[in-house]
Design a protein around this ligand. Structure first.
Ligand SMILES: Cc1cc2nc3c(=O)[nH]c(=O)nc-3n(C[C@H](O)[C@H](O)[C@H](O)COP(=O)(O)OP(=O)(O)OC[C@H]3O[C@@H](n4cnc5c(N)ncnc54)[C@H](O)[C@@H]3O)c2cc1C
Length: 215
């Protein structure tokens, strides 16, 4: 067995500090029983502000401004405002048959569209794109997936799993058009950078999102 190098005095002290902090946090968050015997968290000093949103961060003053104009001081600020889908800006991207999936309303619009349309193109071959492709196939639509990678999910899961994922989707009737991206959309389909054209009643874009920003 290879011997591990001895940690320096400084890194040992850092690790001890970290351990003390973790121990303190754990003891503060210990659960205590409710009258019915179920554990419940101790009251925390958390102030919940619902029905409003942050509109600005004043970094110099270390303050967050809310929509009602109130300002709240912070020692450390965590931004966890989620992500928005990136909107394509290709010719025809603003046509009504170009869909995104982020909200429940988006999902309902897609389900309604799928009920009346036999052919769909999905842009993106990762989690959202393939989940949409599978759902549309389950509803009996013809589904074509377009993505620049050589294999679906390759970036996140690697080539072997990517090949497996592709096989499973193909066995369920999904068509893949990989190594290319859309060039333009029109009312009847999508022109690809590869020169190929796909006829479609609607398109679902499942490409990476960008962080939502306060404001
Ligand atoms: C269609 C779809 C399917 C998914 N399926 C899965 C799945 O199966 N498994 C999985 O693990 N993940 C899935 N995800 C991803 C998952 O939803 C996200 O990773 C997760 O929601 C991210 O959590 P979050 O807290 O960072 O952001 P969000 O859940 O987006 O929450 C952001 C919060 O910030 C608030 N906020 C935004 N702006 C402001 C502001 N200015 N001021 C104050 N508050 C603000 C919002 O109101 C919200 O409360 C899916 C996502 C989508 C779109």
């Amino acid at each position: 067995m290879r011997s591990q190098p001895l940690p320096s005095e400084a890194s040992r002290r850092r690790a001890e500090e970290q351990f003390k902090t973790t121990k303190k946090v754990n003891s503060e968050t210990k659960l205590r029983p409710t009258p019915h015997g179920k554990p419940r968290p101790r009251r925390r000093r958390i102030e919940l502000r619902l029905g409003t949103h942050a509109v600005a961060i004043h970094a110099n003053a270390r303050e967050v401004e809310l929509a009602d104009g109130s300002r709240h001081h912070y020692g450390a600020l965590l931004l966890a405002t989620g992500a928005e889908p990136v909107r394509l800006t290709l010719p025809g991207s603003d046509l009504p048959q170009i869909h995104y999936l982020r909200t429940l309303a988006d999902s309902r619009a897609l389900i309604a569209k799928a009920a009346e349309s036999p052919r769909a193109v999905v842009i993106g071959a990762s989690f959202i794109g393939l989940e949409v492709a599978a759902s549309l196939r389950a509803r009996g639509l013809e589904v074509h997936v377009v993505a620049p990678e050589a294999r679906p999910m390759e970036v996140v899961l690697g080539p072997e799993v990517g090949d497996l994922v592709r096989r499973v989707h193909e066995e369920h009737g999904v068509f893949f058009h990989l190594g290319t991206t859309p060039a333009a959309f029109d009312r009847n389909g999508v022109a690809l950078q590869s020169g190929e054209r796909l006829e479609a009643d609607f398109v679902v874009v499942g490409i990476p999102g960008s962080p939502s920003r306060p404001g």
